[in-house]
Design a binder for this molecule. Structure first.
Ligand SMILES: O=C[C@H](O)COP(=O)(O)O
Length: 250
């Protein structure tokens, strides 16, 4: 059985002070223990978040990293720095990184390999634009992304990767893919993993849906057979909403 994973991607929101306030509120709420919980915070908040959550079962993730361990890479953060803080997850290849900062599949692949080498679990994002969806190219796009992004990821490591399917047109727009469309793409991804690895491993990999997930649609999405979690932006920034997302079974 795959353990459900609800990750809140805070994006470029919350100062350290705001982080501490929000996390104190979240930890005061009753959260389902059977659900894996992650808050993916800005780098500047990571140390404080890990410290505040040290006695809780909420894990801390970061939103990006570079693949080299150290060196002349001004402005970048290395896997060793994340290790040192106790960061367990890192989002790699978010569409905002791909579209705004020009990250390509080769760079993303290097980051995935590096995260795994340093025992940080990648949350690898993929997904199509509205134009690609309208031209029925979503499977081709996601297939190409994942084949390139997972190049040289071993069978031993693939189960440590969480794949987040995030149609770009549904991010922050209030437009959610229907639960059936989301399931169809997540099933497509699982079948691709069967092709790239094998059935047993593919069944173990967790696949999240992301794109305008909210307390009022999370249960319907999480009911789907191939959807094991949600990567949530906007709705994860309020404690009661985050708790409602985590408690999708209640
Ligand atoms: O990483 C999260 C996704 O980009 C979804 O963001 P959203 O829930 O604000 O649509």
């Amino acid at each position: 059985m795959r353990k459900p994973i609800i990750a809140g991607n805070w994006k470029m929101n919350n100062t350290v002070t705001e982080t501490l306030t929000l996390l104190k509120e979240i930890t005061s709420l009753d959260l389902d223990k059977e659900v894996e919980k992650v808050v993916v915070v800005p780098f500047t908040s990571a140390y404080s978040a890990v410290d505040l959550l040290k006695d809780s079962d909420i894990k801390v993730g970061c939103q990006n990293m570079y693949y080299e361990e150290s060196g002349a890479y001004t402005g970048e953060i290395s896997p060793l720095m994340l290790n040192d803080l106790g960061i367990e997850y890192v989002i790699i290849g978010h569409s905002e990184r791909r579209e705004i900062f020009g990250e390509d599949d080769n760079l993303i692949n290097n980051k995935v390999i590096s995260a795994l080498k340093h025992n940080i679990n990648p949350i690898l994002c993929c997904g199509e634009t509205l134009e690609e969806r309208e031209n029925n190219k979503q499977e081709e796009k996601v297939r190409n992304q994942l084949i390139n992004d997972l190049k040289d990821v071993s069978a031993e490591d693939i189960t440590k990767v969480v794949i987040a399917y995030e149609p770009i047109w549904a991010i922050g727009t209030g437009k959610t893919a229907s639960s059936n469309d989301a399931e169809e793409m997540c099933k497509f991804i699982r079948n691709l993993l069967k092709e790239l690895y094998n059935e047993e491993l593919a069944e173990k990999v967790r696949i999240q849906y992301g794109g305008s997930v909210k307390p009022n649609n999370v249960s319907e999405i999480m009911e789907k057979e191939n959807i094991d979690g949600a990567l949530v932006g906007g709705a994860s920034l309020k404690a009661d909403n985050y708790a409602a997302l985590v408690n999708f079974r209640r």
